[in-house]
Design a protein around this ligand. Structure first.
Ligand SMILES: [Fe+2]
Ligand SMILES: [Fe+2]
Length: 302
């Protein structure tokens, strides 16, 4: 059953000025900087793909409340995708070209996970759509966990990061917590019923978790290897990663790993993930979200 948020989910028309953001936006912490930067590599194509798959699934939604939340979700994810793609432009301006990596990500979402099942896969169109919805629900489990983490990440505050980047990440994280249940509810609604629906949900997570880990490791390694300021002096290793975790600059493996068995529980529902209160509180103070709300208000009275 769909459990709507206490208020309608709507996109906020934010904008960010990247002109003064340094390449290492967490000072002297290139590993943590680039591990988090992997978000900018994956999300422009990934969130655009969410919107495309949801558009395909819209005719299956018969619950008007869910339909409203799904449309709000699509608006939020489309905005996230565009804002993260601007960061890639900024990285390119600073001498870090990400195209050789992102073209693989684009291929994965646009071709491998496109409208038709990959050649030779004996799946009906409906089953292919349900499978892709199960992937989105599983990915959204991690975005909710990461969103909640970034809102609470005191270690990041202590490291004095670039304020614009921190606002982008926390605005995005807060909206992820805000819409944490929508992809799951969409899957439950359009994914059939009973054991087949549950098993597909398990399968969706079994595919998502290792692929995400793999994309993340290769993405961080790519960024560190091609960072023009590091010039190959540093490699991406588990030891360096864990050092950043100990400083509170990255989430712990335990926090990330625990999200999986939680999601696999038959009775699971993501409305308990993270803190909606923290998310709403951040959105009320986020410079970008406040500026967007001001722009909407000004447009309404003019
Ligand atoms: Fe998002
Ligand atoms: Fe999301």
């Amino acid at each position: 059953m769909h459990t709507p948020t206490p208020y309608p989910i709507r996109p906020r028309r934010v904008s960010f000025d990247w002109r003064d953001t340094p390449l290492h936006w967490i000072p002297d912490e290139p590993v943590a900087t680039h591990v988090i930067n992997v978000l900018h590599l994956l999300l422009p194509a990934g969130e655009r793909w969410f919107v495309k798959v949801f558009k395909e699934a819209l005719p299956l939604v018969t619950d008007p409340e869910l339909l409203g939340d799904v449309k709000g979700f699509m608006g939020q994810e489309a905005t996230h995708s565009v804002q993260h793609s601007y960061v890639l432009d900024h990285l390119a301006e600073q001498g870090l070209d990400t195209h050789p990596y992102t073209r693989h990500v684009d291929w994965m979402f646009d071709v491998l996970l496109g409208d038709e099942p990959p050649a030779g896969l004996p799946l009906s169109r409906r089953e292919w759509l349900r499978f892709r919805l199960s992937l989105i629900a599983a990915i959204e489990q991690f975005t909710a966990v990461l969103g909640d983490w970034i809102l609470r990440a005191d270690g990041l505050d202590r490291a004095d990061p670039d304020a614009v980047m921190l606002d982008l990440l926390r605005w995005h994280g807060a909206e992820e917590v805000e819409h944490r249940a929508v992809a799951f509810d969409m899957y439950q609604h359009a994914g059939g019923s009973g054991l087949p629906r549950y098993l597909r949900r398990v399968y969706g997570m079994a595919v998502t978790a290792p692929v995400l880990l793999w994309l993340w490791a290769f993405g961080a390694a790519y960024l560190i290897r091609h960072d023009p300021q590091l010039r190959g002096r540093l490699g991406y290793t588990l030891r360096e990663h864990n050092k950043a975790v100990r400083k509170g600059l990255l989430p712990t493996w335990g926090e990330l790993g625990a999200a999986i068995p939680r999601y696999l529980r038959r009775s699971y529902h993501p409305s308990q993930e993270g803190s909606l209160r923290n998310a709403v509180a951040y959105l009320a103070t986020s410079p970008a979200a406040r500026a967007a709300a001001g722009a909407v208000a000004r447009a309404a009275v003019s």
